[in-house]
Ligand binder design. Structure first.
Ligand SMILES: Nc1nc2c(ncn2[C@@H]2O[C@H](COP(=O)(O)OP(=O)(O)OP(=O)(O)O)[C@@H](O)[C@H]2O)c(=O)[nH]1
Ligand SMILES: [Mg+2]
Length: 268
């Protein structure tokens, strides 16, 4: 094997960018992927290989050779990043990004998009709570700016979620709708963590999320026009553990207040 060939084949884990959370526009080029799907991970060793295989099956069927999957791993202690990196050789569309200097799910997703090349950007959780197969219907419907996987319309639901999770989710939804009524009115599930958007919706705009939620950040700061939705049944996690922490609600509230100020500023 020539040196040039082996260099091209060797795709090491790359470090996440730092600095402002700005996704660049990309210049159209031959071979550019249609879709760049970011999978944020923190200690998902029990899920990651099966999850990526399921994503691959779905995307190979609807966008063969025209997508990339970018895992953004926060230096997981359980070796998630190492497992994902080990899959790159047999999964040419996969890239693995390692993040050390920052925390937070929403920012991890944006870091992945900063390194992506697709015309459409997307994100999905690695714990199977969003069924990977939903990506196929989302892709089919993705003719506008944004396509959101929803638990609250189009046949979607909270599946086997327990009472506690349902109450917490309802409360977070109410807070969002009180503080950001206009943005939240545009979608049935403003807290969804699975969606696709056209790159130009956020290209060049500085995003400043806090904590977990990225969709509302995009609805408030991005240039979102037509929105489509796609229902899915949420599931309880079967493997691994939740990363939601006690302080998350407080961080969510701070994020919503920050977005409220940004929404007002945009209006004036
Ligand atoms: N890179 C990165 N990924 C994260 C972080 N927190 C969570 N994740 C990943 O984001 C996805 C969602 O996180 P979860 O902990 O499952 O959050 P959740 O789905 O709201 O909570 P559960 O319903 O309890 O599972 C999973 O793929 C996690 O591995 C983080 O700080 N950094
Ligand atoms: Mg989860």
């Amino acid at each position: 094997m020539s040196l040039e060939h082996s260099c091209r084949e060797f795709r090491p884990t790359v470090l996440a960018p730092t600095g402002p959370l700005i996704v660049p526009a990309v210049i159209a080029e031959p071979g550019q992927p249609e879709l760049s799907l970011v999978v944020p991970t923190l200690n998902e060793a029990e899920n990651i290989a099966d999850f990526l295989a399921a994503v691959r099956r779905t995307l190979d069927a609807c966008l063969p050779g025209r997508y990339e999957v970018i895992v953004v791993d926060d230096d997981s202690a359980d070796g998630t990043g190492v497992i994902a990196a080990g899959l790159m050789e047999s999964f040419p569309q996969l890239r693995v990004v390692s993040r050390h200097q920052e925390a937070g799910l929403a920012a991890a997703v944006i870091r992945g998009w900063q390194l992506s090349r697709g015309r459409t950007l997307g994100t999905i959780n690695a714990d199977f709570q969003h069924p990977p197969a939903v990506l196929a219907t989302m892709w089919e419907r993705h003719t506008g700016s944004l396509t959101v996987a929803t638990r609250h319309s189009d046949g979607g639901g909270l599946g086997d979620w327990g009472v506690r999770r349902r109450i917490l989710s309802w409360g977070a939804n109410r807070i969002g709708r009180c503080l950001l009524p206009e943005a939240c009115a545009r979608v049935s599930d403003p807290l969804s963590g699975c969606y696709l958007l056209r790159r130009e919706v956020i290209a060049g705009i500085e995003l400043r999320p806090l904590g977990y939620k990225s969709l509302l950040e995009i609805l408030v700061r991005g240039n979102v026009r037509e929105i489509h939705e796609c229902g899915y049944q949420m599931h309880e996690r079967e493997r691994g553990y939740s990363k939601v922490r006690a302080l998350q609600p407080l961080q969510y509230l701070r994020h919503m207040l920050r977005l409220r100020a940004a929404a007002r500023e945009r209006k004036t």
